[in-house]
Write a protein that binds this ligand. Structure first.
Ligand code: SAH
Ligand code: SF4
Length: 369
């Protein structure tokens, strides 16, 4: 028998409604199904008590829930959990749960690998294979919830961040659809503030996101001048810092969000000097910005080293003194390679565009618009 074309998981609300009207059912069936899947985390359709057995049967044929296999799970000494999910043809993506007092953050992947080629990132080193579909993004949320179990009838996942493998804004459509399901009252029901998209700086997509999703935005800055950022975050050659920051401030205006979170990886001797801290302060001062300093997480074959705690403190003090809310992110899950930038999954790089061209927009740019 051939595979049904439609996966019930990840279907946008209006497509689910169309599916029901297409088989002569009322559109409100979509709400019932969304409540079961995302509201209650009930993935076993046999237990959807307000849906008739006949309709459940029809759904099972037409659009069953299809989930990727969990191929590995590891728990860190600090409570962080990392799952590896099958992404087909011998490939894998990774998802990480980070428990903290009063909240639980799920860090999801948006692509198999990443084409952005940031110099200090394990995912970038592996290259890019493909975008994940909305179902594969939502599967990370529903599977993590199933594996963790609800506490007092509530999901332990209170925040979702697109900070796993991949550049989420290079997979725009699926990421926006997943955000919609995460914030929909009939979906997972998170507030927009609790869903964060982190980008290396795709300016046109930041502007589109302001129109289409209005979730919290994190921007990976990592340098305060274009020459260095060109090297660390190659997309900077197409969208330099001034253009990126303009898009950020416009995002705050357009979406009525409080602020942008800027991420800055601390690389010893590269971007961690007091002068660089002062330049960074000049860029962010009196702006709706907060800053997360991320101690570099090493991985095999990297040439970078983490800045020392003293250097990170001195850097932070300069920014704090300039009035910028600056926190040093605690490294979580590094004993299981689950910390920022360590996720590698398993990726067969199929980006054939050669490295090297510094001009133009083609360097390793293999993502669909
Ligand atoms: N691709 C997106 C989101 C995923 S990476 C982005 O780049 O924003 C999440 C964060 O981890 C980003 O700020 C990224 O720059 C940072 N990061 C990548 N590699 C890292 C490493 N080895 N150590 C510490 N942080 C890293
Ligand atoms: Fe991709 Fe983000 Fe890694 Fe850069 S830091 S290579 S954008 S995952």
């Amino acid at each position: 028998m051939s595979e049904p074309a439609v996966n019930l998981l990840g279907l946008p609300r209006h497509e689910l409604e169309q599916l029901f009207t297409g088989i002569g059912e009322k559109p409100f069936r979509a709400r019932q199904v969304m409540k079961w899947i995302y509201g209650h985390g009930m993935l076993d359709a046999q237990r959807w008590t307000d849906i008739s057995a006949a309709l459940r049967q029809e759904l099972a044929t037409l659009a069953p829930i299809r989930l990727p296999l969990i191929t590995d799970a590891q728990a860190s000494a600090d409570g962080t959990v990392k799952w590896r999910l099958d992404a087909g043809i011998g490939q894998a993506i990774e998802t990480v749960f980070i428990p903290e007092p009063g909240r639980g953050t799920l860090c999801v992947s948006s692509q198999v690998g990443c084409a952005m080629n940031c110099a200090f990132c394990a995912t970038g080193h592996q290259g890019f294979n493909r975008n994940l579909g909305t179902a594969e993004i939502m599967a990370q949320v529903v599977l993590a919830r199933r594996e963790l179990g609800d506490i007092d009838g509530r999901s332990p996942i209170t925040n979702v961040v697109f900070m796993g493998m991949g550049e989420p804004l290079a997979n725009f459509r699926s990421v926006v659809q997943a955000c919609d399901l995460l914030v929909d009252d009939l979906g997972y029901g998170l507030s927009r503030r609790r869903v964060t998209v982190s980008t290396s700086g795709l300016v046109p997509q930041i502007r589109r996101l302001a129109q289409e999703a209005r979730v919290a935005l994190a921007v990976s800055l990592h340098a305060s001048d274009d020459a260095l950022r060109d090297e660390l975050v190659p997309i900077n050659r197409q969208h330099p810092i001034a253009e990126l920051l303009d898009a950020c401030w416009d995002y705050v205006q357009a979406t009525n969000t409080h602020e942008i979170t800027f991420e800055y990886v601390m690389l010893a001797g590269i971007n961690d000097s007091p002068a660089q801290a002062r330049d960074l302060a000049a860029l962010l001062r009196r702006r709706p910005a907060k800053l997360n300093l991320i101690p570099f997480n090493p991985f095999p074959e990297t040439r970078f080293r983490r800045s020392s705690p003293e250097v990170i403190d001195a850097f932070r003090n300069i920014l704090s003194a300039a009035g910028i809310v600056t926190v040093t992110r605690r490294t979580r899950g590094d004993d299981i390679a689950a910390a920022c930038g360590q996720l590698a999954g398993q990726v067969h790089n199929r980006v054939l565009v050669p490295l090297g061209s510094r001009e133009g927009g083609t360097e390793r740019a293999a993502w669909p618009a």
